[in-house]
Structure formats: C-alpha cells, structure tokens
Design a protein around this ligand. Structure first.
Ligand code: ATP
Ligand code: MG
Length: 181
C-alpha cells in the first residue's frame, strides 16, 4: 500500500490545482521555511477526515481555504484528493485497485466527501480508514510531540493505539455508534 498522489486546490498556500505524484519508495519534501511543506501533511490529515482546526494549525475550519495574498484574491473553497494504491486490498470493502478520497469545504461551512467520485458521508471516510493503520487516528502521520504522547499515554489511550494496530478499533467504533442510538 502506498500513497499514489495528492491533489490540492484552494487549500492553505495552494490556490491553484497542484498534483503531487508519489512513488512506492520514500518521498522527502524539502523547501525554505514557510514554503508549504507542513501544509502538505495538513492536507493529508484533512482529507482523511480531521475535524479539529487546531490539529490543522488554524483556529477555525475556514482557515484551510486559501485566504489570498497581495497578488491573489482568496478562493471560495478548498479541495483535496488523496489517491491510494489498493492492489493489495488494504481497503477490503473496495474492489478497485485505486481508491481516491476527496474532501471539499466551502466558506459557507458546507462540506462534501467523495470516495472514488461518489458522494459519501464523513462517517464513510472514517470507516474506510479504520484498521488500515491510516486515518486521522491512525499512526501513519506522526506529528511533532506524538512519540512523547504515546510514551506518556494513560493505559486506556495506549490501548486505543494497540487496538488500531491490531485492526479491531472498527468494532469498538461501531459498538459506540450503536450505543449512542
Ligand atoms: P517550516 O520549514 O517553517 O516548517 P513549512 O514549509 O512547513 O515551513 P508551512 O507551515 O507548510 O511551511 O506553510 C506556511 C505558509 O502557508 C505561510 O506562508 C502561510 O501564510 C501559508 N498559509 C497557511 N494557511 C493559508 C491560507 N489559508 N491562505 C494562504 N496562505 C496560507
Ligand atoms: Mg513545517
């Protein structure tokens, strides 16, 4: 499994549609301070369903939309598509060899999510990533301070990390959902 591509449009410092193609090997992103490296990992977190503006280094969700510069007017929405390889069926519910997840967000506060260009709910995106080791609660994106957090976590929190790794958090998630109803 690997990330094949990331398409960013109107997200943070990327007003124009920008397509990043990744290979199966390691990709490193280099650039001067403030050039948008961390914005790329923010885009990956965001498309996988991150709901916390703070986790995306903003104060409100609208902060992910390109807010304009002296030369460029602001844009009306942000859109990110993450294309993942599925030839090994890491997403068991998907038959396709490629899975594309899209999130779009308008200044009006309206959100749209798509899986392989079909409109879905946030819940479907969250469920798609559960137990794959990806996803916003997964351990695929290790932010600054995360290692410390794992080492100093309380036993319950640490258990959640192991549940995700063992591929059983989907069941806990569904149980909690049904108890809420
Ligand atoms: P460093 O090396 O310091 O970590 P970086 O390459 O990771 O830098 P980022 O934090 O990804 O840089 O990018 C920050 C830039 O993104 C800033 O210039 C900021 O103005 C710009 N930016 C963030 N949000 C928006 C937005 N909504 N609209 C326009 N520009 C934005
Ligand atoms: Mg950075």
């Amino acid at each position: 499994m690997y990330l094949k591509a990331l398409e960013i449009q109107g997200f943070k410092a990327f007003p124009d549609k920008t397509v990043l193609q990744f290979g199966e090997d390691i990709t490193a992103v280099v650039g001067p301070n403030g050039s948008g490296k961390s914005n790329i990992s923010d885009a990956i977190r965001w498309v996988m369903g991150e709901q916390s503006a703070k986790a995306l280094r903003g104060s409100k969700m609208e902060d992910v939309i390109f807010s304009g510069t002296a030369q460029r007017a602001p844009v009306g929405f942000a859109q990110v598509t993450l294309v993942l390889d599925n030839t090994e069926h890491i997403f068991p519910s998907m038959e396709e060899s490629e899975v594309a997840v899209t999130r779009r967000y308008y200044r009006s506060g309206e959100s749209e999510y798509y899986i392989n260009r079909q409109s879905v709910r946030l819940k479907d995106v969250t469920e798609l990533f559960l137990d794959t080791g990806l996803g916003k609660e997964g351990y695929s994106i290790i932010g600054q301070g995360k290692i410390d957090e794992i080492l100093s976590a309380k036993s319950g929190e640490r258990r959640e990390i192991f549940e995700e790794a063992a591929g059983i958090s989907k069941f806990r998630h569904r149980k909690e959902e049904s108890e809420r109803k």
